[in-house]
Structure formats: C-alpha cells, structure tokens
Design a protein around this ligand. Structure first.
Ligand code: GDP
Length: 214
C-alpha cells in the first residue's frame, strides 16, 4: 500500500534525442521558466518538484540527461530505479519521433523492466507552438505509435509557451497511480518511497506476491 502520511518519491527520467526540449520541459515544470539558450553541463542532473494529486503530494525527482543522449546510450545509473519514463520528441522533427523506439528499447533494457505494459511510459510531443507548416509529426501518428507500443498516455506540449507542461507530469503520475493500484490488487508491495537521499543511487526494490501464487 502507498503511504499516505509522507510524500511519495518518484524518479522520473526524460528521454529523447538531443534538442527536442527535455531540459526546457524540466525547467518549465520546475521553475516555470523558459531559457532559449539553455546549455548543458556534462554529468547527469536531477531536480525535485512536488506535485499534488487528489490531496496527495508526490515528490518528482526529475532526471535530465545533461546532453549525454548525444552519445546515444546513457549510463545505467541514470535509468536504475525509475518509476516513470517520459519519452520525448519534437513535433517538428520526424527523426526524433522515429527514435522513440530506440529510447524505449534502451530504457527497457537498462532499467531492467520486464513487462512493458506494466511500466508507466508517457509520450510527449514537444514544441507544439511551432507553425503548422513546420509540423512533421501529426497527433494521429503519435497516438498510433502509442497504441502499437501499449502506451496509454501521450500529450503534446510546449516548454516555450507552457502549454500542457504541468498536465504532462500530472498525467504521468496518474498513469503511475493506475498501474500501482492494479499492482496493489495483486498484493504487490512497492518500497520505492520516501528516502530522498538514497533514491538517487538505489534501484527500485519491489516485491510482488501474486494472490494466485499462494
Ligand atoms: P534537450 O537537448 O532535449 O534538453 O533540448 P533543450 O531543452 O536544450 O532545447 C533545445 C532547443 O529547443 C533550444 O534551442 C530550446 O530553446 C528549443 N525548445 C525547447 N522547447 C521548445 C518548445 O517548446 N518550443 C520551441 N519552439 N522551442 C523549444
């Protein structure tokens, strides 16, 4: 069961090609700012931000790749212990959309996630503010890809004008909650909560006892 008296800590990783706006999305969500000329420092970084849903507070520990995605694979600690994965592309960049598959596969491999459908992925199509003629990926294409990949949450955002950014993170947590509730029904006990200091280095420890196993 989820604790109700302390914040639940969720590790959120944002994946996608360089330049799709991952850092800007994080800055928009955490600080409500948009820096056109943001640049990366090398080394994985994360920021914490609280979000309230149905009277419960969740602390999102959001990890940015800090530019390392340009080397195509990220270090395992980046993925380890993730609770939510945000797969990001830019709606004016078809290649970044095609590469979602690669990012998803890499995540499943390195985060050691066994069942795709049991993990809260959310797909975010960023830069929704661009001119119509610059759009290279339609909303329908995004939804079709998500259906094919058993991902039930997707949304278009703009870090530039703040459109849907708060909503994207809210939807991500709601999606996590849905899967967690399903897991509760199977008597799964997840212990990935509360300790903010340990979270960054520890993997998700979970113990699942299916009612039918007994
Ligand atoms: P990252 O490499 O994925 O972290 O991408 P950045 O966050 O560094 O952003 C890459 C570029 O895209 C920067 O020039 C940003 O100003 C721009 N950018 C980010 N988000 C948006 C957005 O929502 N709309 C537009 N038009 N540009 C954006």
């Amino acid at each position: 069961m989820r604790p109700t008296n302390k914040n639940t800590l969720l590790k959120v990783v944002i994946l996608g090609d360089g330049g799709v706006g991952k850092s800007c999305l994080m800055n928009r969500f955490v600080s409500n700012q948009f820096d056109e000329h943001s640049f990366h420092t090398i080394g994985v970084e994360f920021l914490n931000k609280d979000i309230e849903i149905d009277g419960e507070t969740y602390t999102l520990q959001i990890w940015d790749t800090a530019g390392q995605e340009r080397f195509k694979t990220l270090r395992t600690p980046f993925y380890r212990g993730s609770d939510i994965c945000i797969l990001t592309y830019a709606i004016d960049d078809k290649l970044s959309f095609r590469n979602l598959q690669m990012w998803k596969n890499e995540f499943l491999y390195y985060a050691d996630v066994k069942e795709n459908a049991q993990f809260p992925f959310i797909v975010v199509g960023n830069k929704s503010d661009v001119e119509v003629q610059e759009r290279e990926v339609s909303q329908l294409e995004m939804e079709t890809w998500c259906n094919e990949n058993e991902i039930s949450a997707c949304i278009e955002t703009s870090a530039k004008n703040a459109s849907n950014v708060q909503e994207a993170f809210t939807v991500a947590v709601q999606h996590w909650l849905r899967l967690e509730t399903r897991a509760d029904k199977n008597e799964c006990i997840y212990t990935d909560t509360v300790d903010l200091t340990k979270k960054q280095s520890e993997s998700r420890t979970s113990c699942c006892i299916n009612a039918s196993d007994e």
